[in-house]
Write a protein that binds this ligand. Structure first.
Ligand SMILES: C[S@@+](CC[C@H](N)C(=O)[O-])C[C@H]1O[C@@H](n2cnc3c(N)ncnc32)[C@H](O)[C@@H]1O
Length: 285
């Protein structure tokens, strides 16, 4: 009997739901759409599913039920207007980080130089290049596996016509990093590792697929923040913007670090779309 899309989806939804993976129906639809090579809305027409496609779909649903992230199964993650290639070795971009780009919009002007620190797949840098096309966008990343995904995404976006993003392999703690840009940058954006080690055993299974060095930053999650603030303070021109994503409970400690550095005005927290304080902005004095 020819497999039917609706019965495949119902079985997959039940399996994912029983495995605690969700939203089960949405994820089942995304996986079926991926197998059929069409958008999710293309499922509305009740497409035919070949036995081979059904077998592939069931295989992917089985892997998703064991906790493999959806994005590793489809090989891509949406971020603002882009679809980025992702897989093992690179942090999967999260929807909340999209707001970081929006918060910085006023600094991403045509003549600007913009730096994305801890760039991972390149989500922030590539979205900035895609939407704002400032003069230069530089993405800094330390991990070799992440750099491979970043270079691939940067090449893909350039081929699609976006402004090129310059990829720099480097450690944000390196005092000589980007020395030639000192005092010239309009915006430094960063979604650094900020998870406290003490939370390691309490993270959802999907997060376990992200590389350790993308997540953890010492006992309180703030281990990289001083280096980040010092580097941003050196790179930014007066009036330049530093935008950082961080954990909900880190705002006071992070603002103390910014105050102690002495380079910053208008230090302010910003909520994410659910109202949680997940971003901080500061202006280079
Ligand atoms: C939370 S991920 C964010 C990736 C990307 N910006 C995003 O939002 O999807 C943090 C990234 O920082 C990188 N990283 C960690 N420590 C670093 C360091 N000292 N210097 C440069 N990159 C670092 C990790 O490899 C990881 O790719």
């Amino acid at each position: 009997m020819q497999p039917q899309a609706h019965t495949e989806l119902a079985a997959a939804t039940a399996q994912l739901s029983a495995a605690g993976v969700g939203p089960a129906r949405v994820e089942a639809e995304l996986l079926l759409a991926f197998v059929l090579g069409r958008g999710r809305s293309g499922l509305l027409a009740g497409p035919t599913v070949s036995p081979e496609q059904a077998a592939r779909f069931r295989g992917l649903v089985g892997r998703r039920a064991t906790g493999v992230p959806l994005q590793h199964l489809t090989g891509s993650a949406p971020f603002r207007h882009l679809e980025l290639a992702v897989g093992p070795g690179v942090f999967i971009p999260r929807p909340e980080t999209e707001l970081l780009v929006e918060l910085a919009a006023g600094w991403l002007l045509p003549g600007a130089t913009v730096v994305d620190l801890c760039a991972g797949s390149g989500a922030v840098a590539l979205a900035v290049a895609n939407e704002f096309a400032p003069a230069r966008v530089i993405a800094v990343e330390r991990s070799e596996p992440a750099l491979r995904w970043l270079r691939r995404n940067a090449a893909d976006r350039q081929a699609a016509g976006d402004r090129p993003v310059e990829v720099v392999a480097g450690d944000i703690s390196d005092p000589k990093l980007l020395a030639d840009l000192t005092g010239t940058v309009a915006a430094v954006l960063a979604n650094p590792p900020y998870v406290a080690e003490s939370l390691r055993d309490r993270l959802p299974p999907e997060v376990a697929s992200d590389p350790d060095e993308a997540l953890f930053a010492g006992p309180d999650g703030l281990a990289l923040m001083s280096a980040l603030i010092a580097l941003a303070g050196r790179l930014l021109r007066p009036g330049g913007l530093l935008g950082i994503e961080h954990a909900e409970d880190q705002t006071p400690a992070l603002h103390e670090l910014l105050a102690a550095a002495g380079d910053w005005d208008r230090v302010a927290g910003r909520p994410d779309l659910t109202g949680r304080p997940r971003f901080s902005l500061a202006i280079r004095r």
